[in-house]
Design a protein around this ligand. Structure first.
Ligand SMILES: [Zn+2]
Length: 97
């Protein structure tokens, strides 16, 4: 993965939880209005939000697989407060931004 891809995945990782909550609401409203059926609306809302969160999980996994150009180690979600970190937790090398 190159720096451009890292930036893209980082952007997705931050944006997708917001997107998921918007999708959850609007998918329900839209489908409920189209079908007049609450159950189908709930089903559509959770299915589409699930797909968005699945992509979010993929972004997290891809970010974790980033190897630091400074020390060659991978970023780990467990060692930093905010993920992805601005700096490598091992050697302090800045991550792409
Ligand atoms: Zn490093």
């Amino acid at each position: 993965m190159d720096a451009e891809q890292f930036k893209k995945e980082k952007w997705l990782y931050r944006a997708l939880p917001v997107v998921a909550s918007v999708v959850l609401l609007w998918a329900f409203v839209l489908v409920q209005k189209l079908t007049g059926n609450n159950q189908i609306g709930v089903f559509a809302a959770f299915t589409s939000a699930f797909l968005v969160m699945w992509r979010w999980k993929v972004a997290g996994i891809r970010l974790e697989s980033w190897t630091c150009p400074g020390c060659g180690r991978r970023l780990s979600r467990s060692v930093s407060w905010s993920f992805p970190p601005k700096k490598c937790p091992n050697c302090g090398e800045l991550t792409p931004r």
